[in-house]
Design a protein around this ligand. Sequence first.
Ligand code: NA7
Length: 466
Amino acid sequence: MRELKLKAKCIEAGTAAPQYETERYLNFICDKFDLRTDIQFNTRIQSAQFLDDQRTWQVTDTSGRVYTSRYLITGMGVLSNPTLPNVPGVKDFQGEAFHTARWPKEPVSFENKRVGIIGTGATAIQAIPEIAKTVGHLTVFQRTPNWAIPLHNAKISPEEMQDIRTGYPKLFEKLQQTRMCFIHDANPDSIWDATPEQREELWEHLYAQPGFGMWLSNYKEILVDHKANDLVSEFVAKKTRQRVHNPETAELLIPKNHGFGTRRVPMETFYYEAYNRPNVRLVDLHKTAIDRITEKGVQIKGVKEGVEGEEHEFDMLIYATGFDAVTGAFDAIDFTGVGGVKLLEKWKEGPQTYLGMTVNGLPNMFMIRSIEFAVDWLANCIGYLQQKDLSRIEAREEGVKQWTEHVHQISEGFLSNEIDSWMTGVNKNVAGRQKRIVARYNGSAVEFRQRCRDVADARYDAFDLA
Ligand code: NA7
């Protein structure tokens, strides 16, 4: 009964906030705060150089226009540099072709079309059920399945919205207290103190909740203990088997080489049910591999004995193939710091920062990652420098070393670090991104903010100021 009710809500709601709603919101914010005059659109930065004698950054865009500023703040995002499959022929395809991160502004019609989609990450998992609704035929090329859980998105009634609005102060206060700034409370219980029935009850409850509860409010051991992780993975696998009619397809959709929550958990709205449609086919890229993209579609080759290659013909090809994540956007710009030092060179073994926001050798540059807090922190920092008539701030080499050690130390033990994903800096399509690194801060946001506040309270004396 509960499942039916949720189903009805989800049908009504579709998937996550659609593109037009997000765009409408961004436009609203731009107008409300009169931001357009401060934004230069359609500008791609090519290089950025710190001129130490002038204590300024000189930034050059791809048209050759040069800008200078005392401080440089990057807000380029960790998932902003899309990547295509590293196979020959990507330019040969004659039909329509899009990367999901470069979606056309005009509406795209799938009607009566043969569509192929490469990738089954969080993006594809949201796109597939939507495309399946109207497509002529959809072929999904899956290299690695993921553990997806229901999003349970639903329309918000005016009364609920009113409630949410009046609760904002409390809500924001709560988000300051949780480990990852989501609404979900941490679960202090140990999985080993619970009976199988109690576990099942908790997991049924979390699976039926909207949002990341199944990931973030689960027993604490599931992210660090293989045995605990196997149990919860088996629960999610059971749900998948219940939802996918064809048992062979269900097995292909269940990850076998990594456990639940060890990669970013995709949220879905009838993703698994999409495979019950007669117009959706799953192609498993473990027995086969993409050989090349052709004029007509995708040529796959068998990689296991007895498996034949095949050419799949399409009218449209969708690349849901992810990003050169975390440092990818930085690598795309030629950053030069003090004495000609290159950021690319500094970060060749992975990102090395102080507080995730500053880099030794690149003074007066701040990187925004956790948006709201970082903006407040660096605005206060620049305010302090101005107040003290200072105009140069640089992270110390020693500070970066200690911070990097701290970041590595708090990530120890997490199962996610044993798995290839953008969260561990691996992208098989990009040269030099095959080795796992610690690409993210795995500690608690509460602790992170406190560490940053301590630095500010000590008048930024952890930095070289001048
Ligand atoms: P992801 O999560 O990086 O997913 C990319 C997908 O594309 C993933 O399934 C990849 O398989 C697949 N892929 C990439 N290259 C290929 C090739 N050459 N052949 C076959 N399959 C390929 O990106 P998303 O956009 O889905 O999500 C990114 C984040 O955005 C997400 O985590 C949220 O935080 C929001 P693989 O797993 O590498 O075998």
